[in-house]
Write a protein of this length. Structure first.
Length: 77
């Protein structure tokens, strides 16, 4: 599956994000967060849901989630 938005393409099978055809480096957790947000873009997603879906069974601090969210925002503006 490929998601396109603005000048970006998110290619799930290749596990890559491209901007204007150029690869964009992302940490795996940031890639997974961006993917989840895009796949569920039609609704509000709670912090609790993100923690449950992205890191099931593991403790993740709010600071870590906030850091990943900020990385997504910096990447795609």
């Amino acid at each position: 599956m490929i998601y396109s938005f603005d000048d970006y393409e998110l290619k799930l099978q290749r596990y890559e994000l491209r901007s204007s055809g150029r690869p964009v480096k992302l940490e795996p957790q940031v890639f997974n967060l961006l993917t989840y947000l895009i796949q569920h873009r039609d609704r509000l997603i709670s912090k609790e849901e993100l923690l449950e879906q992205l890191r099931p069974g593991r403790f993740v601090s709010e600071a870590a989630l906030t850091s990943r969210m900020m990385a997504v925002r910096r990447t795609v503006g």
